[in-house]
Design a protein around this ligand. Structure first.
Ligand code: PRP
Ligand code: URA
Length: 213
């Protein structure tokens, strides 16, 4: 919970904090960066999936019949915001191997910092799915708000947003635009700089995951 808002969770697990520090270091190379983003996504996913519904089914153990819980409820969809969100998909699929994957392609204009859409495809029926939108960075919040606007326009209702690092400005903007969306944040950083980069942050997440620039 963050500032009394039950829809915002700032993760406090020491493993997540430690791994985020690894990402921040300038000397962390592409290979390690990619692996650690995936590990963080899995650890955060464990928290974000805490409210999954269960149902009892009858099974037979080597000793007797028993009623035991299995996951029930809505089918999941993981929706990365391209490019950097792709780095979190593998971690969530380790927890939910049968999840379908959608894609939302957005890039930030370098001058205005506003998002521009270039690709969107969501798994049907999106309105019946439990949707996890993932992007390592929540900076101004423009990309996350636009992605969730798009998902809602296509009927998506049950939406969770997960990011590794958020700026206070982006978290506030996302929460105001979509108060119904659950938000999981690995770490809440200090502020945005004049180029709308998160400080202390980790730099450009897409470039560090894919080794570009
Ligand atoms: C980065 C990041 C987010 C966005 C966050 O993507 O992965 O999608 O910026 O910024 P915002 O909250 O101010 O919108 P970028 O646009 O750099 O594209 P990329 O993932 O392709 O590098
Ligand atoms: N996007 C990034 O990848 N990093 C930031 O700090 C801000 C936006």
């Amino acid at each position: 919970m963050y500032n009394g808002n039950e829809n915002i969770v700032i993760c406090d697990h020491p493993l997540i904090k430690h791994k985020i520090t690894m990402l921040r270091k300038i000397e962390t190379g592409t290979n390690e960066f990619r692996a650690v983003v995936e590990e963080i996504a899995m650890l955060m996913g464990y928290e974000a999936l805490r409210d999954l519904e269960l149902e009892e089914v009858e099974i037979e153990t080597p000793l007797e019949k028993a009623n035991c819980p299995v996951i029930a409820g809505k089918k999941p969809a993981v929706v990365p915001i391209l490019r950097a969100g792709l780095g979190m998909v593998g971690g969530l699929l380790k927890l939910m191997p049968a999840a379908k994957v959608g894609h939302i392609g957005l890039y930030r204009d370098e001058v205005t910092h506003e998002p521009h859409e270039y690709y969107c495809k969501l798994p049907a029926p999106i309105e019946l799915r439990k949707i996890f939108v993932v992007d390592p960075m929540l900076a101004t919040g423009g990309s996350a708000v636009a992605a969730i606007d798009f998902i809602k326009q296509h009927g998506g209702k049950d939406i969770t947003f997960m990011c590794v690092i958020a700026a206070p400005e982006g978290l506030e903007r996302l929460q105001k635009a979509h108060p119904d969306v659950k938000i999981f944040v690995g770490n809440l950083d200090r502020e945005l700089n004049e180029a709308a980069y998160i400080c202390p942050g980790l730099g450009d997440a897409g470039d560090r995951i894919f080794g570009t620039k």
